[in-house]
Design a binder for this molecule. Structure first.
Ligand code: PLP
Length: 415
């Protein structure tokens, strides 16, 4: 007989989260050696060059000026109606697909991913994503009695390994007749990869081939958590229009998060959106996810919905916000460019980076490399096949010196 008080399905490893553990060690090092001597690239949040947390002033001054009931009251279970309209604009901007689109508010992108897993797969199903992925996908699958399977992420040419995707996609679809695939793009965590428009065409062809068997149900979740930190000049939303006119047994979902793009991490604001060619499927989406909201966390954060809605709908609120965000988009780009340039100079190999908060360094012994780097006061996150370096949290000066330090440590560990 087991001594556990928790039920069998709830038995979990007794261990702390890796990221928070490494981050705590970085804080100790700062106290011991001084902030100027520590490179803390562990946390996936945007920090100023001096290490201060970035919380957009335009967001928080507007929030704090709201009348109390606009913050304190319950929001509608599905999300306030003007928020649900605003979030569609925030997600698709000028690339709204010509299709039926519905949205339901969720506490951050995590809530949206939860609902996609829970409502669009059966217990025991496998869910597909790339071999490098945000670890909570697996946690959420386990939590909901599902399994996560992966395909090799990159081919030899620095692009998405579409053949590897197709092989696993066909395998699971044949077996299950229903398959949820998660793409975290643009600005993938942990690599910073953004799927190109040409790659999307290939992916959509594979989805269409699968959909020719009408028994199959194909669901794609696009996790766009970092999309608003892509430079506008790259037009990273263009692929969204490709989801118009798809077969009725292909459903596209978007997990939208206000955590990074609006610095609302702790306010828990986001949405799950659907794109479908069939009105009934959109209606089903709306009521199913409304019920899931009621059955999990009830409603979302009213004040956060108000702020995002007014940013989208009212220029007087929106303009200062966009100006402020643009400053940080540029700051992030600069840090990433410097890291990439210095990596090239010292011969440090990186997974293909396009946009976003993280760069990722392939490595054979990530745990050993992480330990050794910590001894050199560089704090990065060990992954299955690499080290994640959060350029979002490290000043340009430190992004300039980090590649050489990492290269030296890897030379010792990977030889
Ligand atoms: C890849 C990815 N998806 C989704 C999220 C969801 O974040 P939140 O639930 O705070 O919106 C995160 C946050 O770190 C993330 O890295």
């Amino acid at each position: 007989m087991s001594n556990n008080m928790v039920a069998d399905h709830a038995i979990r490893p007794v261990e702390n989260d890796t990221i928070f553990t490494i981050s705590a060690k970085a804080s100790e090092a700062v106290l011991k050696y001084g902030a100027e001597n520590v490179i803390n690239s562990s946390m996936g949040v945007l920090l100023e060059d001096n290490g201060d947390f970035v919380a957009f002033k335009s967001v928080y001054s507007y929030l704090k000026d709201l009348d109390n009931p606009k913050i304190a009251a319950y929001a509608s279970i599905e999300g306030d109606s003007d928020f649900l309209q605003a979030i569609k604009k925030a997600c698709f901007k000028n690339h709204m697909p010509n299709a039926y689109i519905e949205a339901v508010a969720t506490p951050g992108g995590s809530g949206a991913i939860h609902h996609a897993i829970f409502n669009y797969t059966n217990i025991g199903d496998s869910i597909l994503t790339s071999s490098l992925y945000w670890d909570p996908y697996n946690t959420m699958c386990v939590e909901n009695s599902r399994k996560l399977d992966t395909y090799n992420m990159f081919n030899g040419n620095g692009g998405l390994d579409i053949d590897a995707f197709k092989e696993k996609f066909d395998y699971h679809l044949n077996k299950q007749k229903r398959l949820l695939t998660i793409f975290n793009t643009p600005a993938h965590n942990p690599t910073g990869y953004s799927i190109s428009d040409e790659e999307w065409d290939k992916i959509i062809n594979i989805l269409k081939q699968g959909a020719s068997n009408k028994e199959n149900k194909i669901i794609v979740l696009v996790d766009v958590a970092y999309i608003d930190f892509c430079d506008e000049k790259f037009d990273r939303r263009a692929f969204m229009e490709k989801f118009a006119g798809l077969d009725e047994n292909i459903l596209i979902l978007f997990a939208f998060s206000a955590s990074k793009g609006y610095t609302m991490y702790g306010l828990r604001n986001g949405a799950l959106l659907c794109v479908t060619s069939k009105e009934e499927i959109a209606k089903e989406f709306f009521y199913t996810n409304l019920h899931s909201n009621r059955g999990t966390w009830s409603n979302g954060t009213k004040g956060a919905m108000r702020v995002l809605t007014d940013i989208i709908n009212d220029e007087k609120v929106g303009n200062p916000f966009y100006e402020e965000r643009e400053h940080y988009v540029k700051l992030l780009r600069k840090r990433a460019d410097v890291f990439l340039e210095k990596s090239r100079e010292v011969g440090l190999e990186l997974y293909p980076y396009k946009d976003g908060f993280f760069v990722c360094i392939p490595c054979k012994n990530p745990l050993e490399a992480c330990e050794k780097l910590m001894k050199n006061n560089v704090f990065a996150i060990p992954l299955q096949t690499g080290l994640r370096f959060a350029v979002c949290a490290v000043s340009e000066d430190k992004c300039m010196i980090a590649p050489k330090k990492i290269k030296e440590v890897l030379a010792e560990c990977d030889e």
